[in-house]
Ligand binder design. Structure first.
Ligand SMILES: *[C@@H]1O[C@H](CO)[C@@H](O)[C@H](O)[C@H]1NC(C)=O
Ligand SMILES: *[C@@H]1O[C@H](CO)[C@@H](O)[C@H](O)[C@H]1NC(C)=O
Ligand SMILES: *[C@@H]1O[C@H](CO)[C@@H](O)[C@H](O)[C@H]1NC(C)=O
Ligand SMILES: *[C@@H]1O[C@H](CO)[C@@H](O)[C@H](O)[C@H]1NC(C)=O
Ligand SMILES: *[C@@H]1O[C@H](CO)[C@@H](O)[C@H](O)[C@H]1NC(C)=O
Ligand SMILES: *[C@@H]1O[C@H](CO)[C@@H](O)[C@H](O)[C@H]1NC(C)=O
Length: 618
């Protein structure tokens, strides 16, 4: 089984031309649905896997940990390797410049250094005893943190602990109630002693009233330099733990998205305070919302907020304060340990303090890629995995979020088990139980019909140049390119050379021959119209498929330019442009005849094919 790069005929379905230019719009449907991606590469797994752990070792080289097998897929060279192990491989990561591969190893968690498998070590806290959704590992060499139990039978209460590092600190058993861990990250701050670990989780709601949700979503903080407590009981405990509630509420409906599903961290070149956490939430209906938080805001809440339930005066050394030299004073730790939640809640970033969007999809995972587009702006592109195994590609613009594309990555529709992004190469990797697929983020061929369709797609990876919709990573002279501009409204974004001769396909046709023009009709909701020299010629309802314009006898006045336009939701969109040019009449009459016959034959073959297609679709 080798690499199977399929270039199947793609079917693009235009759903709606309605652009969603307001934040928090409630039904964000993808504009285009792509059932067969373009430029993708795929490998098949040897068996149906229940668990896949993805790790990108270097560009195009993906390691996939699964049950009993470590796959190594080279997407560049289309080659693959597998190694067999009695194991669920749950963790692959880089630690002190070595590749660490860890797995359950039949209830005896083990790590191997590199891929030669002969240098193994017990994986205390690095791999669970059995596959487990609640295991999170955070590597920050030379330290490693984890939420995995160290022992099979005791220690059932989940903890966040340092498993490699000087102190082996862990959280007090009373500070979290039945936590489910989602994501952990280290945020470097201006002073090294202030460096912090943040982790995101859900836990049982202490508010047991009927109307309160069963779970609440949280962010917790710890100082990396925490020295533990001074007493014998507290010596191995984090003394800088505090937690806060994450708020993700739609202001219009007051609908609360309280279930944190996934988090993606987006660093900022403007400093740690601007680093963002993209939180993917769902509500009890199974609808989703994305709320964005800044670490500056999170830090401010922990630094300034009162502790919930604590009414006495705050000690001089506040709880959760990182100290350059000393241990946290015993009194401060005692208060923080008894009142581990702050009163203040963490709200989404300004100016709206509301979800980036919410809709009726049940998203499972989120990835964010920053791209510098041709219009000179940087955009965040969101990749959201639906429960049906589709990927929604969304662009954050100053006017709100645009759902520009739905990608169905697998040959057989299947849930996506894991996703990872290669930011440098602009590639997306997703795995199902039986396939692993590499997708280019810049799938511009999808919009290649015309300059307008390329620009209206509002895909910041793409631009129109030299008669093609091309990736902005390809060099093209910007004066000739028509740039995708997301800053403006849809109608103003089109900067195509609309009526210049360059945007037409030139076709030479003999006088008095037959000719037909074919306009693909992709949207069921649109009306299509053929225009000749700018005047109305023929209308097709959506029942006609495709929209054919038949010219029985191409007389002189039938030359000129033809456009097929679609009209939908107030948007007019030109799909085909053809310029019918007269073929210079040949002098030899005999040749003219045979040519006419040849034209006629190929014409009828093509036309019959079209008629067959029309019949097939009706
Ligand atoms: C995986 O499961 C599907 C059905 O769920 C089955 O059709 C397919 O043959 C299985 N593949 C392998 C490699 O076992
Ligand atoms: C692992 O085994 C290979 C040969 O099987 C050997 O060349 C290599 O030195 C070994 N590595 C270690 C660290 O023992
Ligand atoms: C959340 O609530 C559900 C019941 O709705 C419960 O089964 C689960 O244990 C709770 N806790 C977490 C952290 O998900
Ligand atoms: C089509 O022909 C015209 C001349 O009639 C020319 O200016 C234009 O560049 C041609 N377009 C393309 C796409 O080749
Ligand atoms: C096409 O039209 C021209 C001019 O009207 C006429 O002379 C010619 O016979 C027509 N050809 C056919 C095949 O109908
Ligand atoms: C359309 O324009 C072409 C030249 O571009 C001309 O030859 C033709 O006669 C025009 N036809 C009509 C109906 O305007």
């Amino acid at each position: 089984m080798g690499l199977n790069s399929h270039t199947a005929c793609l079917s693009v379905l235009w759903t709606s031309h309605l652009f969603l230019l307001t934040a928090g719009y409630s039904t964000v449907n993808p504009r285009i649905i792509l059932t067969a991606p373009q430029g993708e590469k795929r490998f098949h797994l040897d068996k149906n896997e229940s668990l896949t752990t993805l790790y990108l070792q270097k560009p195009s080289l993906l390691l996939v940990g699964a049950e009993g097998t470590l796959y190594s897929f080279d997407f560049e060279r289309a080659s693959r390797n597998t190694e067999e192990k009695k194991n669920y491989l749950t963790f692959i990561g880089k630690f002190e410049d070595k590749l660490l591969v860890c797995g359950t190893n039949a209830c005896s968690p083990t790590c191997w250094n590199g891929l030669d498998w002969n240098e193994s070590s017990p994986a205390r806290g690095l791999a669970p005893f059995a596959p487990n959704q609640n295991s999170l590992v955070l590597v920050d060499s030379p330290d490693i943190y984890s939420t995995i139990n160290l022992h099979l039978h005791n220690g059932k209460i989940p903890r966040f602990r340092q498993v490699r590092g000087p102190k082996g600190l862990y959280t007090s058993d009373t500070v979290m109630q039945n936590p489910q861990f989602v994501k952990a990250t280290v945020i470097k701050q201006d002073e090294s002693y202030n460096e912090k670990i943040y982790y995101f989780f859900r836990e049982d709601n202490p508010d047991k009233s009927l109307e309160a949700p069963a779970n609440v979503s949280r962010v917790a903080q710890l100082c990396k330099g925490d020295k533990g407590g001074q007493g014998s009981l507290s010596a191995s405990k984090w003394t800088t733990f505090l937690k806060a509630m994450l708020v993700c509420i739609d202001p219009a409906t007051k609908g609360n998205f309280d279930w944190l599903q996934d988090v993606f961290i987006v660093p900022s070149e403007k400093g740690w305070k601007e680093t963002r956490a993209y939180g993917l939430f769902s509500n009890s209906w199974g609808f989703s919302a994305v709320c964005i938080y800044s670490f500056g805001d999170i830090d401010a809440v922990f630094r300034t907020s009162k502790l919930k339930g604590y009414t006495a005066n705050m000690p001089t050394k506040r709880p959760a304060q990182c100290l350059p030299q000393n241990h946290t004073p015993a009194e401060t730790f005692k208060i923080a340990d008894s009142y581990p939640e702050v009163e203040g809640r963490v709200r989404p970033v300004a100016p709206h303090h509301s979800p980036l969007f919410h809709n009726k999809n049940r998203y499972q995972k989120i990835g964010v890629h920053r791209i510098e587009a041709r219009d000179g702006n940087t955009y965040n592109v969101l990749y959201l995995v639906t429960d049906k195994g589709h990927i929604h590609k969304m662009v954050e613009t100053p006017h709100g979020i645009l759902n520009i594309l739905e990608i169905q990555p697998f040959e057989k529709p299947a849930p996506i088990l894991a996703m990872t992004l290669d930011h440098e190469e602009a590639k997306l990797y997703v795995s199902s139980a039986s396939e692993v697929v590499q997708l280019p983020m810049d799938m511009c061929e999808v919009y290649r019909n015309s300059c307008e369709s390329c620009v209206l797609a509002k895909d910041p990876y793409c631009g129109w140049a030299n008669g093609d919709c091309v990736s902005s990573t390809q060099v093209f002279p910007s004066d000739q390119a028509c740039v995708v501009s997301l800053g403006d409204h849809a109608e103003q974004a089109v900067s195509c050379p609309l009526n210049s001769p360059d945007s037409f396909r030139n076709v030479t046709v003999e006088p008095f021959s037959r000719y037909y023009l074919d306009c693909p009709t992709k949207s069921h909701a649109a009306t299509y119209e053929w225009r000749h020299n700018g005047s109305h010629k023929q209308v097709c309802s959506s029942a006609h498929r495709p929209c054919l314009l038949l010219l029985e006898n191409v007389t002189h006045e039938l030359y000129g330019h033809y456009t097929c336009v679609s009209m939908e939701s107030g948007f007019t969109h030109t799909i085909v442009r053809e310029w019918l040019l007269k073929r210079p009449e040949p002098s030899h009459t005999l040749m003219q005849k045979s040519q006419a016959e040849a034209t006629s034959l190929s014409f009828w073959l093509g036309f019959l094919q079209m008629v067959a297609l029309v019949l097939l679709f009706q």
